[in-house]
Design a protein around this ligand. Structure first.
Ligand code: NAP
Length: 505
């Protein structure tokens, strides 16, 4: 009985040491007991000999008496935009961080593809690894930072290797988490390691911490945000100047706001990845990036921007997730937002996320959503949390408690619609169109004829057309689709209709 209680007290003191010093069990086992498995066996009920217990207890008090936390040894895989900024930040702020947090944070090893590339920061003092997996497994590394990018490949393999070695991980990689987030969180739970991913959603905005820790019992009813700077820059410029999507995109590329291959951004998938992570944290469901309704901004024209402006709206590309009767709705699509709404003032490369909750009502966080310094600041915030021994479930709650994702069908979405049609300039066309709309049970708020607005993509060999815009009252997506199918069959329109949803933010 006496031994049982001694064993229990010893186990408790070891757990307290781990927590206070932010050591992984493996590091403790290796450095204090000479056996990386020591704590796992201890937790499993294996009792150490009494002299081993005494030796370890006295080593623990020696450490604690020194009153300083041990150095947190960081390994960084990926030294591009974000990784190089992080190295620079830690070089510059290291001493201040130590003063403030009572713990030295030291980069000990790095990995990238090219060892010789000039990154604007010195890396010669760090151990070099060609392979991020080898870096993750390096026994000198306590915390692994993944800034390589990509949903599989070395990013996935290295994060798995770090978690398997019971090392905490910090990553900015939304693509990786959108695809493997639940599995990685499960692995982290199993080993007791932590995953920080503040930088993966809306760059420098601390929305993950807010959702995981800042809301108390408030529950989110709807989350929406502008989370892609490239799209927001293009839509803002199109709203301010009379230029086409293609010209704006070229400028965005020249300014470094858009990638050489911009499809991932402008087709909406980058926003979708971030939305999937937010929806998981807001609604406690598994991450379901593949279930998101996604439309990009490539088809937005000056005609749409101008008519929207006349009606008191701007066009934005928000990601929106909300609970509805059928499940959880996740959507990324161009949206008409009232000019009076806060989100309409989030312009250029700024990002913003709004949480609508039952207790706190509306909470909007806005700031820089990308760029080396802003993103690295979020990575560093996660590193500091880990340095202080702060550990919360990666997805806000144990993965076993997450509900399977249930997709609310897009056909059941209800809201206002902006529908732009190129209508043949023939008698009876307008009457036929409004009749079809009425037959589908749609009430119109306004019908706007804009003969002055020509849409460049319309082929003039189809004859003269006029631009007609219908604004509906709240209606079902299925009704809109039914009406548009019938209108197309009647043959009064040319080309595909432009459908933009209206949201009452
Ligand atoms: N940039 C942003 O504003 C931003 C914002 C939020 C989140 N993020 C996320 O942060 C992560 C990093 O983004 P980034 O913009 O910094 O990317 P980046 O500039 O392209 O840098 C990627 C880095 O990874 C290295 N790398 C690529 N493949 C590798 C491999 N097989 N083995 C070892 N190293 C490899 C590259 O090495 P070399 O330098 O030698 O080629 C480079 O240093 C991504 O997940 C991204 O989605 C970025």
């Amino acid at each position: 009985m006496r031994f049982m209680s001694e064993h229990h007290d010893f186990l408790r003191s070891v757990e307290a040491f781990l927590k206070n010093h932010s050591w992984t069990p493996t590091r403790f086992g290796r450095e204090m007991a000479g056996d990386p498995q020591f704590i796992f066996d201890l937790r499993g009920g294996r009792e150490p000999r009494s002299d081993t217990r005494k030796r370890i207890s006295s080593l623990m008090s020696e450490y604690s008496d020194k009153g300083v936390l041990p150095v947190l040894r960081v390994g960084i895989a990926g030294l591009g935009t974000v990784g190089a900024s992080l190295v620079g930040m830690l070089h510059k702020s290291g001493p201040e961080l130590q003063r403030k947090y009572g713990r030295r944070i030291e980069i000990v090893a790095v990995s990238a593809r090219s060892r010789s590339r000039d990154r604007g920061v010195s890396i010669s003092e760090f151990e070099w690894h060609d392979d991020p997996v080898a870096l993750a497994k390096n026994p000198e590394v306590d915390l692994f930072v993944e800034l390589v990018g990509g949903e599989d490949g070395p990013a996935l393999a290295s994060v798995q290797a770090a978690l398997n070695a019971v090392k905490p991980v910090v990553t900015a990689n939304k693509a990786l988490l959108a695809k493997h987030g639940v599995d990685l969180a499960r692995l982290a739970e199993k080993t007791g390691a932590h995953i920080g991913f503040e930088a993966a959603v809306a760059g420098g905005i601390p929305v993950i911490k807010t959702l995981r820790e800042g809301l108390g019992t408030a529950s989110v009813t709807r989350v929406y945000g502008i989370m892609n700077g490239t799209c927001n820059y293009i839509l803002t410029r199109m709203g301010e100047e009379d230029i086409s999507f293609a010209d704006c995109l070229k400028d965005a590329q020249a300014l470094g706001y858009a990638e050489a291959d911009p499809a991932f951004d402008v087709e909406g998938f980058d926003t979708a990845h971030k939305l999937a992570l937010l929806a998981c944290l807001c609604f406690q469901t598994e991450i379901a990036a593949d279930e998101i309704f996604v439309e990009g901004i490539t088809a937005i024209t000056q005609a749409d921007i101008k008519v929207a402006a006349d009606l008191g709206y701007k066009i934005k590309l928000p990601g929106i997730a909300q609970r509805s009767a059928g499940g959880v709705e996740q959507r990324v699509h161009p949206t008409l937002v009232p000019r009076s709404s806060a989100i309409s003032r989030v312009d250029n490369v700024l990002n913003a996320v709004t949480l609508e909750t039952d207790h706190i009502q509306e909470l909007m966080l806005s700031g820089p959503g990308a760029g080396g310094p802003a993103t690295a600041a979020s990575v560093l915030a996660d590193i500091l949390d880990i340095a202080r021994g702060h550990n919360v479930p990666p997805l806000g709650m144990p993965t076993d408690e997450l509900a399977p994702y249930k997709r609310a069908p897009m056909q059941a979405h209800k809201g206002g619609y902006y529908i732009r049609l190129n209508v043949r300039d023939v008698p009876g066309a307008l009457a036929a169109i409004t009749t079809r709309v009425g037959e589908s049970g749609i009430s119109l708020e306004s019908v706007i004829q804009r003969p002055d607005l020509k849409v460049a993509s319309v082929n003039l060999s189809d004859g003269e057309t006029r631009t007609l815009v219908l604004i509906t009252q709240d209606t079902m997506e299925s009704s809109v689709r039914e009406a548009l199918d019938q209108i197309a069959d009647d043959g009064y329109t040319v080309g595909a209709p432009q459908v933009i949803r209206i949201e009452s933010f």
